[in-house]
Write a protein that binds this ligand. Structure first.
Ligand SMILES: [Ca+2]
Ligand SMILES: [Ca+2]
Length: 414
């Protein structure tokens, strides 16, 4: 009797070709109409926000263009010339009047070209351009204290860090300020604006414009500290497997801090004022136990043991165990926070563990955080491979190559 057994082996090879960026917004002004931006309607999608009225205006103009034939130009004569009136002070923003939706993107960067002579006097910027953003189109914030002036030839800015706005929806703008005397043409001219990001599942909680900073939640100023935060399901807005968390470092230092991070879900809408730390961590999962050094300002990514977040609010509990009496204030890193009533509690103590102490202090100074999720984004066509469904071959932040290798073996038993 002959038996035939068919061995069917499928080998799937994945190769990742690195992180790819997606363009979220781009503008060359080449298809835009020329004219002066106003606070009323839009001009080819662009609008003006005014703090100080002036004859100096933002225009889309062919005067002193940077590339192509049109640029965004400060002008005192409707865009005929790239010139400004130095004795008429001005504070105006040109902004693209459609929200940029980066709610599923991180690692945002901005490219643009610019020219601006303007004025600096004794180290003080008097006439200059700046990058600004807004969450509502009314309240504007400078991205950084980098100002643009002193250049009469085209300057190229590439990959300017815009990650402060990761996972946000926002407006982007360019501010022109001049004071009431002295200055040099041209004023600010902008062109070839491109905002890019890397698509990855996540959620940012806390105001990106917050200027508040504190030692919590990774506090080295005390010997031993604990931080308890609740981020509500309404704020987070999505369940799934959380793979990483990010905290925003405002003050970087070279200090290594032994830390532990715990996660748990809770139906409570407030952090404790009565429980000890020992009680608080009951039922929580330890997702990290290591030493971290927050030596770079900006979002600091912490890879945690994957946590399946499936219901209720999310509680993050963090121990910092620098030991002893802690380190100096200058050596302690600081982190961004946003006030959130009843959603952050702390324990702080030198020399001995505060774990049995109750109550804590409920300060409501909750650290800003980004949650990263284990998600894949697929684009393109659908390919059916039996039960394996591969939708396209381009995922948002990785380029995925799939090779299938089939080996058929015939075994004859006699
Ligand atoms: Ca152009
Ligand atoms: Ca001036």
């Amino acid at each position: 009797m002959v038996k035939q057994a068919l061995l069917f082996i499928v080998l799937i090879f994945f190769s990742f070709k690195g992180i790819s960026q997606t363009t979220l917004f781009t503008e060359t002004f080449e298809s835009a109409s020329t004219g002066t931006l106003t606070t009323g309607g839009t001009l080819s999608g662009w609008k003006m926000y005014q703090t100080t009225a002036s004859v100096n205006e933002w225009t889309i103009s062919t005067a002193s263009f940077i590339t192509g034939s049109k640029s965004l130009v400060v002008s005192n004569n409707g865009g005929t010339n790239a010139q400004y009136t130095v004795n008429d002070d001005c504070d105006k923003i040109a902004f693209y009047a459609t929200l940029i939706d980066a709610s599923t993107f991180n690692s945002l960067t901005l490219d643009f070209k610019w020219k601006c002579n303007g004025q600096i006097n004794g180290g003080n910027y008097n006439d200059y351009g700046a990058i600004v953003y807004s969450l509502d189109g009314t309240t504007w914030y400078e991205l950084s204290s980098s100002y643009y002036q002193g250049q009469t030839t085209t300057q190229t800015v590439s990959n300017l860090d815009f990650s402060l706005l990761d996972y946000q929806q926002f407006y982007i703008g360019f501010k022109w300020i001049n004071n009431t005397s002295t200055g040099n043409n041209p004023g600010m001219i902008v062109d070839d604006i491109t905002l890019k990001g890397v698509k990855e599942g996540g959620k940012s909680i806390g105001s990106p414009s917050s200027t508040n900073q504190q030692y919590q939640p990774f506090n080295a100023w005390w010997g031993y500290t604990r931080s308890q935060s609740i981020y509500t399901s309404a704020e987070i807005g999505k369940f799934g497997t959380i793979t990483k968390v990010k905290y925003y470092v405002k003050k970087a230092t070279a200090t290594a801090i032994p830390i532990k991070i715990y996660l748990k879900t809770t139906t409570s809408n407030t952090t404790t004022t009565t429980d000890s730390w020992t009680t608080s961590i009951v039922g929580a999962t330890t997702v990290l136990n290591t030493s971290l050094t927050f030596n770079t300002a900006g979002w600091y990514t912490i890879d945690i043991t994957d946590f399946s977040y499936t219901s209720d609010n999310l509680m993050i509990l963090i121990e910092s165990n620098y030991t002893g009496a802690g380190t100096s204030a200058s050596n302690s890193p600081e982190f961004s926070y946003t006030s959130a009533t009843n959603l952050h509690s702390i324990w702080e103590q030198d020399n001995t563990l505060p774990d049995a102490n109750a109550p804590s202090i409920r300060d409501g100074l909750r650290p800003n955080v980004i949650f990263l999720y284990d998600e894949f984004y697929w684009e393109g066509d659908v390919i059916q491979l039996g039960r394996l469904q591969v939708i396209g071959h381009q995922i948002g932040y990785l380029h995925l190559q799939v090779k299938l290798q089939f080996r058929v073996e015939q075994h004859i038993h006699q």
